[in-house]
Design a protein around this ligand. Structure first.
Ligand SMILES: Cc1ncc(COP(=O)(O)O)c(C=O)c1O
Length: 422
């Protein structure tokens, strides 16, 4: 068995709509590394797209899952409940910066967003949803509608559910500041939807797929004030930013204001499908019994994994580790740029271990460097992903448990690949 033969079988058996970011097929993985079926070793700076924050094959997570599977793996929580769902809800309620919270568990990130909007609509008895350009919220019909990027997510899949609107997300170096975003929101209220018809405003505290841009505190404060004034539900989508990734257990903790609802998934269960919505008690309790749920929502196996993930975050101080790893990578790119000003990279940024830089030529986004750079890194054993509205950003999502010597090895690979672009 080799990568090519599996790719041939994949192409024959699986539709091309599921992309392949790499031509690799994995045999085994450990912490921040995986080995393909040809026994080539790779450093994994994609972390399953921000999922294995606690590392591949984390021993505590695997043990918790194994113990749970030996007891039972599924009953459907709405048929016969189990304690670890309740315990996880209690812990998430305590972690989230929301006073008096309740939590419902689902399976995927998109499902969490779908349900957050359902809850907000039920509570407000309104339908409008406002999201942001460049935001990514999933691939179901509603979440595709909320996603603020056409190719490849929305192309050919319309029409989308109506009553969804988008405004610019502040990215100051692209000429969009908080004041401009808020002006566009006020304009939207005048031209397209009255604030009294808006159920929810939804945004990522740090845009993920959109380019690793952190929302300014001032934006969050203004949105909070507007939502309070007009009775709108404010939703922070923490599917990518959650569980230590930004240097806090939840990125919402970076802000001086509280959201009404928080959606979580990905790193919550360290690789097992589990998501959730944490929110204010009166909002969460609005839908009647049976209005929310799903066969696999809050799987006991996922809950067991998530409780172990929360313990690992705490006992290994992974929030601090995220900041340390992010700062080191940021510093390495800054030094490289300083020593080699002709390198076509700019806008190096990080929020914890969400680290990114852009390829820029003559002040303009340059996506053409992205595929050769990613390929060069992969040929030396480092997995990276692109992101951003212009496709010119490289994002780094190392497991937070990554060892220092692996970080240095990755830096060396990227340094050589960047210098070879000159
Ligand atoms: C911020 C954000 N929201 C929602 C989603 C959708 O999650 P899922 O792919 O689990 O449906 C993603 C996935 O990348 C995401 O990054």
């Amino acid at each position: 068995m080799n990568n090519q033969s599996l790719m041939d079988r994949r192409n024959a058996a699986v539709p091309r709509g599921v992309a392949s970011a790499t031509p690799l097929f994995v045999k085994r993985a450990k912490n921040a590394e995986f080995w393909d079926v040809e026994d080539n070793r790779y450093i994994d700076f994609a972390a399953g797209i921000a999922v294995v924050n606690t590392g591949h094959n984390n021993r505590a997570v695997t043990q918790a899952v194994t113990e749970q599977i030996e007891k039972f793996s599924h009953t459907a929580f709405q048929v016969a409940g189990y304690e670890n769902y309740i315990e996880l809800a209690e812990r998430l309620n305590a972690i989230a910066p929301i006073d008096d919270a309740k939590t419902i568990l689902m399976t995927t990130g998109a499902e969490a967003l779908e349900n957050a909007v359902k809850i907000a609509r039920h509570y407000t008895k309104r339908s409008g949803v406002i999201a942001f350009h460049g935001g990514f919220h999933g691939r179901t019909l509603l979440t595709m509608g909320m996603t603020g990027k056409i190719a490849p997510y929305k192309e050919g899949f319309g029409p989308f559910p109506n009553d969804i609107y988008h405004i610019p997300f502040p990215v100051p170096y692209q000429g969009i500041d908080t004041a401009y975003s808020l002006q566009q929101l006020e304009k939207l209220f005048k031209t397209d939807i009255a604030p009294s018809s808006v159920a929810a405003i939804v945004l990522e505290p740090v845009q993920g797929e959109g380019g690793f841009y952190a929302a300014p505190n001032a934006l969050m404060e203004h949105l909070r004030a507007l939502c309070d004034e007009h009775g709108i539900v404010l939703i922070f989508d923490e599917v990518q930013t959650g569980f230590g990734r930004t240097g806090k257990t939840l990125a919402s903790e970076h802000f001086d204001v509280q959201p009404d609802l928080i959606t979580v998934a990905k790193a919550l269960a360290g690789g097992y499908p589990l998501s959730g919505i944490i929110g204010k008690r009166d909002i969460m309790d609005s839908p009647a019994p049976g209005g929310l749920g799903g066969t696999y929502g809050g799987s006991p196996v996922g809950c067991a994994a998530a409780l172990a993930v929360l313990d690992e975050l705490e006992s290994k101080c992974l929030n601090d580790r995220a900041e340390a790893v992010g700062s080191r990578l940021h510093q390495a790119f800054s030094e490289l740029k300083e020593l080699n000003p002709e390198l076509p990279i700019d806008h190096i940024r990080h929020k914890g271990a969400m680290i990114a830089f852009d390829f820029v030529v003559d002040g303009q986004p340059e996506p053409r460097h992205v595929p050769p750079f990613i390929k060069a890194c992969r040929s030396k054993g480092l997995i990276l992903l692109p992101c951003g509205q212009f496709g010119n950003a490289i994002r780094l999502l190392p497991p937070l448990t990554v060892e220092n010597h692996i970080v240095e090895e990755a830096i060396d690979i990227m340094r050589k690949a960047l210098l070879s672009l000159r």
